[in-house]
Design a protein around this ligand. Structure first.
Ligand code: G
Ligand code: MN
Length: 391
């Protein structure tokens, strides 16, 4: 795999775009000394051309250039490469340019002359995220989308009311195979009312009835009881949060029940739904962190999010979707994606959970591939009571 190779020989492949020869040469030789593979061009059209020819991990471009400027370049790059990180360097601080660049999804914005350590750090991070984005696309090709959303229902309101009466949480252990200990439990939504007992159906019903916040609050109240009273000491609670719930002010209320135990809670945000629909997701996540929550990306490998879930969420943990885990002991392509993903996440100090581990063979294979934590029927089904895992 190209991404893995590049880590042996080079720290990453950088395309430098600057119309000033002196700046260009200085940057190029600096970055080559630091171990990057460098291509340098003097204009935005030159950059677009270079992208067709050379494999590039990150673009480092001047903002002010005759003809096409850095922001227009960013737009052009997005046309040909959706996930390619672009870092702009500007001689002058211009808020308008910075804002336009942000809106288009610029990866970084630096002032000239950039501090060497910061520049190198950003380029390394960009390179890794680019590799992750490509692995995710590969994962998606392997597993497809296994969870289509449910269709319409008659008597939805009635059904929802009945379902709400029996809403509860089920707990499934997430284990640390190295120490044979329990790292956390994931709280999963359940209802005993048959027509809506699949969590996705229940959530979809709540959404259609405009009762999404209400259901979310009910779930969080129960999760707070679990984190505060049911779990053993030192064990974390993973809890799913719908992207739409990020807009509920109650979530950020320091007096809300779950806020009291936020230090013990890891919030899972799924890749399955688009996070781009949530306005200002970064500040939502920042507020959650300030309350003490940690953040996990759920269902990794099933979303279309490209780079954006990583750049928006700066996760503490990622959870590899079970579709990627299934048969990982027999399927070399899955194994390759899992191991490369685990390696990159470790470089960024992100913990890796493999979900849906069903067999002993998958368990052993995943340990060998470098995943930190495991969850699945192999260790325990989701149960109404908090039960220890089986080894
Ligand atoms: O979207 P999320 O990853 O939170 O969903 C987890 C779901 O996967 C839960 O509904 C849970 O019951 C289910 N699950 C957990 N472990 C396993 C497993 O080992 N195999 C299968 N098929 N499903 C699992
Ligand atoms: Mn989950």
């Amino acid at each position: 795999m190209g991404d893995a190779e590049q880590q042996n020989g080079s720290r990453g492949r950088v395309l430098i775009v600057d119309d000033e020869e002196g700046v260009r040469d200085t940057l190029a030789s600096l970055l080559r000394r630091k171990g990057f593979t460098v291509t340098a061009v003097d204009s935005a059209p030159g950059a677009i051309q270079a992208l067709q020819v050379d494999p590039i991990d990150v673009v480092l471009s001047d903002v002010h250039m005759p003809g096409m400027d850095g922001v227009q370049l960013l737009r052009e790059v997005r046309r040909v490469a959706l996930d390619l990180p672009v870092i702009l360097i500007s001689g002058a601080q211009s808020l308008d340019t910075a804002l336009a660049a942000m809106e288009l999804g610029v990866f970084g914005y630096l002032l000239k002359p950039p501090a060497v350590d910061e520049l190198v750090g950003r380029l390394e991070r960009a390179t890794r995220l680019h590799a992750i984005a490509r692995l995710k696309r590969e994962a998606l090709r392997l597993v497809g989308d296994a969870h289509p959303l449910p269709g319409d229902r008659a008597g939805l309101e009635q059904a929802f009311t009945l379902a709400l009466e029996t809403v509860h949480l089920a707990f499934q252990p997430i284990v640390s195979p190295g120490t044979r200990s329990v790292f956390a439990y994931e709280a999963l939504l359940r209802s005993d009312y048959e027509p809506l007992n699949r969590p996705l159906d229940l959530l979809a019903a709540a959404e259609r009835l405009d009762l999404g916040f209400h259901l979310g609050q009910r779930i969080r109240e129960r999760a707070a009881i679990a984190a505060g009273r049911l779990l053993p000491d030192g064990v974390l609670l993973f809890m799913n949060l719908r992207p739409a719930d990020l807009a509920d002010p109650q979530l950020y209320d320091p007096g809300a029940p779950l806020s009291q135990v936020a230090m013990r809670v890891v919030v899972e945000l799924t890749e399955r739904e688009s996070l781009d629909r949530v306005s200002d997701i970064e500040s939502c996540v920042e507020r959650l962190r300030r309350l003490g929550y940690r953040i996990a990306i759920d269902d990794l490998g099933t979303g279309y999010a490209g780079l954006s879930s990583f750049t928006h969420l700066s996760p503490d943990v990622v959870k590899l979707d079970m579709a990627l885990v299934r048969g990982v002991d027999k399927d070399g392509r899955r194994a390759k994606v899992v191991s490369a993903m685990a390696g990159l996440c470790h470089d960024m100090r992100i913990g890796v959970v493999a979900e849906g581990v069903e067999t002993e063979e998958e368990h052993q294979a995943l340990v060998g591939l470098g995943t930190d934590y495991l969850q699945g029927y192999r260790f325990g089904r989701p149960l109404r009571e908090v039960k220890p895992p089986s080894w």
